[in-house]
Design a protein around this ligand. Structure first.
Ligand SMILES: [Zn+2]
Ligand SMILES: [Zn+2]
Length: 109
């Protein structure tokens, strides 16, 4: 199976709009994506437990830099200077917050 890849990524202060190669579209708010950061500072490598708390995320968080990592991920630098978050496309697709993807039996968080 060909992995699903973004065909378009629109970056806005309030969030990311991604169109996928299978025709799906995702809207991620900046706050949600910052919270879902999977780096070692945000998620314990030992327990897999999320260290960052919802309340830790600045309500006005926004991306200040986005760069492609190879052809499989984007690295996002956030307005809180957090810049270690790498977001692989397959993970982004897996955390798509739309109703279709969040339905029971859908992608895990
Ligand atoms: Zn992080
Ligand atoms: Zn979705």
């Amino acid at each position: 199976m060909t992995p699903t890849r973004p065909t378009k990524i629109d970056v806005h202060p309030e969030g990311f709009y991604i169109d996928w190669s299978d025709g799906h579209s995702s809207v991620f708010t900046s706050r949600y994506l910052r919270f879902m950061c999977h780096c070692a500072a945000c998620v314990s490598e030992w327990t897999g437990e999320r260290v960052i708390k919802d309340a830790d995320v600045d309500p006005d968080i926004h991306p200040i830099g986005v760069e492609a990592v190879g052809n499989y991920a984007v690295k996002i630098t956030w307005s809180d200077r957090h810049d270690t978050g790498i977001y692989p496309y397959d993970r982004l697709r897996a955390i798509c917050p739309c109703d279709g993807c969040r339905a029971p039996g859908g992608a895990p968080g």
